[in-house]
Design a protein around this ligand. Structure first.
Ligand SMILES: Cc1ncc(COP(=O)(O)O)c(C=O)c1O
Length: 423
């Protein structure tokens, strides 16, 4: 079916569900980091983090098929698989995180994390950042409101050095200014008689636009939150699974959370998410909620989740992805002096954000420009996107099996694209 016909039919039955690009593309198959449209045109996927070990990874597909053929049931029977998967996953985490709840989507896991924090502290008040996205349920969606207005949530300006709270402040001063915002939110909950439950952050502030975070902010914010009786929650849905140069984004940002939320890449496409915390917290959560999720903690989730871990470990994906990410970062930085709109090259591991501006001195966010870059790169066969608090950050986040040769192809095309937009 042509794209025009498909788009018309899609709109009729799905309404105006969001699509990428000025001219949306129809993807019919994928392998590794490559995606193909209906005319067999090849694209290099530099956006999708879910297929972390590659589209159609044969080991993951085989594990899924085999487990489906053998057994798939809900979690109310004993099964070795999910226990082994939980043990393997927890062994990757800080020692304090030694118990786990499985779910299906990031949103559900964030719900579990907030319920855990609220039940165990007896509080309700949650601090988040002001440009975050943690999911789409009624409760979690409250944190995406601009501004956040629900009385049980307070947002603080997300910590950053590019458009900081105060011009001219050094990094230490900035860190303190953002910490003051955390303390003010804690104090405000107390003033309103809303008992405090904790704070949630994406460990690398991915949806905010991957800002450079003033050094020390995360561990110091965690200390403030704990001093006030709250729990510090790391959303690792984007940051985790070897994406940021470490297994977990919280390692890249120098802190240990009380609760860690995982999602997207865990099942390489099979809906799979989880929450890790210490035994007491998870025990309190289980006792207070009797939580059950039809599709979670299943033999299928376990088999697929472990197949993903197998590939990550056997192919040493952390090291490879980090090396390619550093290379991309360095080479893009070299292009920066001659590229006026590219005001910053940011990120960690295999996750890069390019701050796109129409005026470097005034730091005017250029959302249209970033969107244009994504569209031009699509024309050249590379799939990226624009994101961030102001929509002006060019987002580069390939599957973790992205290799040096793909990076070189991208860098050449990107340089060519820059000369085209200069004209
Ligand atoms: C940081 C973060 N947390 C949570 C979620 C929600 O995950 P899901 O879409 O699987 O519900 C997302 C989704 O984009 C996310 O980026």
């Amino acid at each position: 079916m042509s794209n025009i016909e498909l788009l018309a039919q899609r709109q009729q039955i799905l309404g105006n569900a969001h699509l990428f690009y000025r001219e949306p593309i129809q993807i019919v198959r994928g392998q590794g980091v490559l995606l193909y449209d209906q005319h067999d045109r090849e694209y290099i996927d530099m956006y999708n983090n879910v297929p972390c070990v590659g589209h159609g990874n044969p080991a993951v597909v085989a594990a899924m098929q085999n487990q489906m053929a053998e057994l798939n049931v809900h979690s109310r029977y004993l099964h070795e698989g999910i226990v082994e998967f939980g043990q393997r996953l927890l062994s990757r985490h800080a020692d304090a995180l030694n118990s786990i709840v499985f779910a299906c989507s990031g949103t559900e896991a964030v719900e579990v994390a907030l319920m855990t924090a609220r039940h165990s502290t007896g509080g309700q008040g949650i601090i988040c950042t002001d440009a975050t996205y943690h999911g789409n349920s009624t409760e979690i969606g409250k944190m995406s409101a601009r501004p956040v207005t629900d009385p049980n949530f307070r947002s603080i300006p997300f910590p950053q050095t590019y458009r900081p709270l105060a011009d001219g402040a050094n990094e230490d001063e900035l860190c303190n200014l953002y910490l003051k915002k955390v303390q003010e939110a804690i104090d405000d909950f107390a003033k309103q008689d809303i008992p405090f439950a904790g704070m949630i952050v994406c460990s690398i502030l991915a949806n905010e636009g991957l800002p450079d975070i003033p050094a020390g902010f995360m561990p110091k914010a965690a200390a403030l939150v704990r001093a006030a009786g709250g729990l510090f929650i790391a959303d690792e849905v984007q940051a985790g699974y070897c994406r940021s140069g470490h297994w977990w984004g919280y390692q890249s940002s120098g802190f240990t959370p009380d609760i860690a939320i995982m999602g997207k890449p865990m099942g390489n496409g099979l809906p799979l998410s989880a929450v890790a915390a210490n035994r007491d917290l998870i025990a309190a959560f289980r006792e207070k909620t009797g939580y059950f999720n039809t599709f979670a903690s299943s033999p299928l989730q376990a088999a697929v989740g472990m197949a993903v871990l197998d590939v990550l470990e056997a192919d040493n994906i952390l090291e490879g992805a980090t090396r390619v990410g550093q290379y991309l970062h360095t080479e893009l930085k070299k292009m920066q002096p001659d590229c006026e709109p590219m005001a910053e090259v940011r990120g960690c591991g295999l996750f890069i954000g390019l701050e796109w501006v129409s005026d470097r001195r005034l730091k005017i966010a250029d959302r249209k420009g970033a969107f244009d870059v994504a569209n031009r790169m699509k024309q050249k066969g590379f799939l990226i996107s624009n994101a961030g608090a102001l929509g002006n950050v060019v987002k580069i986040r390939p599957p973790l099996v992205f290799k040096m040769e793909h990076a070189d192809l991208f860098l050449n095309a990107f340089a060519e694209m820059l000369t085209e937009i200069e004209k």
